[in-house]
Design a protein around this ligand. Structure first.
Ligand code: XUL
Ligand code: CO
Length: 437
C-alpha cells in the first residue's frame, strides 16, 4: 500500500446541490468574500495529533482506530509512514496549513539529544513534503504534558530541573518551527496548574511561568523568528486548575510579566465552553485587547463537562464568532486549526475526510453568513444607534476625561436628568441572524 488514503481522491468543490459526500458544498477556496479569498479568511490547518496520532482509546477502552503506522515496528519508520499518509491526506483535502507537537511528528528517544535528532530528521522529511505539496506550517508546539516528568507541570514544576528540561524542549521545537517556516508558535499550559493548594506555592509558580514565557520570547528574537508566540487558554483538564484559565486571565498574566506586546492568544472553542464562556466572548475579549492570534476550531458537548474536541457542525453557533473575527479584521497570521478528533467508532480512513469536509464546509458557510450580515449593515446600525449618545458632547466629555464626578453630579442635578430605559432589541437581532442562516 502506498498510502492509507489511496482509495480517496482529491476533494472537489461541487456546490450546495451536490449529492457527493466527498465534496465541498460551501468551501470554495477561491471565492472572494468581503474582498478576500475564502482560503485566506479561514487558513485551515489539520491538527497532526488528533488526525494522525489519535487512536480512539479512552479511560474505559483500548485503541479502536488502527492505522498502519500504529502497528508494532521501528518508531522512525512508523513516523515516516505516518508523515507520508498525513501529506497525502492534507493534499487531497486541500488545506493550506498543518500544526504539530514535537512528539506527534517524531518519537521520543532515550535522551533529549536523541529526541531532538529524531525531530530534526522528521522535520527534514516534512520540509520535503511541504515543498512538494505547498502545505505550510501554521504552528508548532512542544508536548510538555504527556511524559511523567511533567506530572507536576513544566515551567511551574517545583523542580527547576524540570523547568530546564522544558526550556530545552521548547528551544528545539521553536527552532524547528522557525526552520520549517512556521507562522506562529503555540504554548498550551497542559499541567501548568495545580491539583491542590495544600502542596502548591501559587505565587512562585506564576513567577516561574512568567520567567519561562520571557525566555521563550527572548529566544524567538535571538533566532530571528518572525512568527507570533501564542498562549492557548484552558480552565482545567488536565490539572484541576490551570493558570491560563481564559483570555482575561492570560491577559492579566501577560501584563503582570510585561509580555502583552509579545504574546497573543490561540483561542479554542471547547476551552471557552469549559471556562463558562461563549467562544465569541473569548474572541471579542482577545480582539478588544489586541490579543487575537489564532483559533482552535472544534466544539464541546452541552451535556459533558470535558474537552470532547468534536468537529464543528452547528452553523448558528459559528456565525457570532465569525462576526467577531471579521469585525476585528481577520486573524492575520493565525488560522482555523481543527483541534478535533473523530469519535472512537469512526474507524475508517474515510471518516477523517467526512469530519474535515464537514468542519470546513460549516466554517465556510458561517463566513458567508457573517459576511452577508455585515454587508446588510442592519446589525451594526443597531449597535451604533445603541451607543450613539457616546458620540455626543456628554459622552465625549466623559470618555475623554473632561468631567469629574462632581461635575457630572452637578449636571444631573441642575438639568434634572432622568434618562428613560430603552429596549436592547435582543429578540429582533436574534431574528435578524436567523433570517440570514
Ligand atoms: C488540549 C489542546 C492542545 C493544544 C496544543 O486541550 O487543545 O491540543 O491545542 O497543545
Ligand atoms: Co487546542
Amino acid at each position: 500500500m502506498d498510502s492509507y488514503f489511496d482509495s480517496i481522491a482529491k476533494i472537489p468543490y461541487e456546490g450546495p446541490e451536490t449529492e457527493n459526500p466527498l465534496a465541498f458544498r460551501w468551501y470554495d477556496k477561491d471565492r472572494v468574500v468581503l474582498g478576500k479569498r475564502m482560503e485566506e479568511h479561514l487558513r485551515f490547518a489539520v491538527a497532526y495529533w488528533h488526525t494522525f496520532c489519535g487512536d480512539g482509546g479512552d479511560q474505559f477502552g483500548d485503541a479502536t482506530l488502527r492505522r498502519p503506522w500504529t502497528e508494532p515496528g521501528d518508531p522512525m519508520e512508523m513516523a515516516d509512514l505516518k508523515l507520508r499518509a498525513a501529506f497525502d491526506f492534507m493534499a487531497k483535502l486541500g488545506v493550506p496549513f498543518f500544526c504539530f507537537h514535537d512528539r506527534d511528528l517524531a518519537p521520543a528517544g532515550k535522551t533529549l539529544k536523541e529526541s531532538n535528532a529524531n525531530l530534526a530528521a522528521m522535520a527534514d522529511k516534512a520540509l520535503a513534503e511541504m515543498e512538494r505539496t505547498g502545505i505550510r506550517l501554521l504552528w508548532g508546539t512542544a508536548n510538555l504534558f504527556s511524559h511523567p516528568r511533567f506530572m507536576a507541570g513544566a515551567a511551574t514544576n517545583p523542580d527547576p530541573e524540570v523547568f530546564a528540561y522544558a526550556a530545552a524542549q521548547v528551544r528545539a521545537v521553536l527552532e524547528t518551527t522557525h526552520r520549517m517556516g512556521g507562522v506562529n508558535y503555540v504554548l498550551w499550559g497542559g499541567r501548568e496548574g495545580y491539583e491542590t493548594l495544600l502542596n502548591t506555592d501559587l505565587k512562585r509558580e506564576l513567577d516561574q511561568l512568567g520567567r519561562f514565557m520571557s525566555l521563550v520570547v527572548e529566544h524567538k528574537h535571538r533566532i530571528g523568528f518572525n512568527g507570533t508566540i501564542l498562549i492557548e487558554p484552558k480552565p482545567q483538564e488536565p490539572t484541576k486548575h490551570q493558570y491560563d484559565y481564559d483570555a482575561a486571565a492570560v491577559h492579566a498574566f501577560l501584563r503582570a510579566y510585561g509580555l502583552e506586546n509579545e504574546i497573543k492568544l490561540n483561542v479554542e472553542v471547547n476551552h471557552a465552553t469549559l471556562a463558562g464562556h461563549t467562544f465569541e466572548h473569548e474572541l471579542a475579549y482577545a480582539a478588544a485587547n489586541g490579543l487575537l492570534g489564532s483559533i482552535d476550531i472544534n466544539r464541546g458537548d452541552p451535556q459533558c463537562g470535558w474537552d470532547t474536541d468534536q468537529f464543528p457542525s452547528n452553523l448558528q453557533d459559528l456565525v457570532p464568532p465569525l462576526l467577531v473575527i471579521l469585525k476585528a479584521g481577520g486573524l492575520g497570521n493565525g488560522g482555523f486549526n481543527f483541534d478535533a478528533k473523530v469519535r472512537r467508532q469512526s474507524i475508517d480512513a474515510v471518516d477523517l475526510f467526512h469530519a474535515h469536509i464537514g468542519g470546513m464546509d460549516i466554517c465556510a458557510r458561517a463566513l458567508l453568513t457573517a459576511a452577508r450580515i455585515i454587508e446588510d449593515g442592519t446589525l451594526q446600525a443597531a449597535v451604533d444607534e445603541r451607543y450613539a449618545g457616546w458620540n455626543g458632547p456628554l459622552g465625549r466629555d466623559i470618555i475623554e476625561g473632561r468631567m469629574t464626578l462632581q461635575q457630572l453630579s452637578d449636571r444631573v442635578l441642575a438639568g434634572n436628568l432622568d434618562p428613560a430605559p430603552r429596549s436592547g432589541r435582543q429578540e429582533a437581532l436574534e431574528n435578524l441572524i436567523a433570517r440570514h442562516l
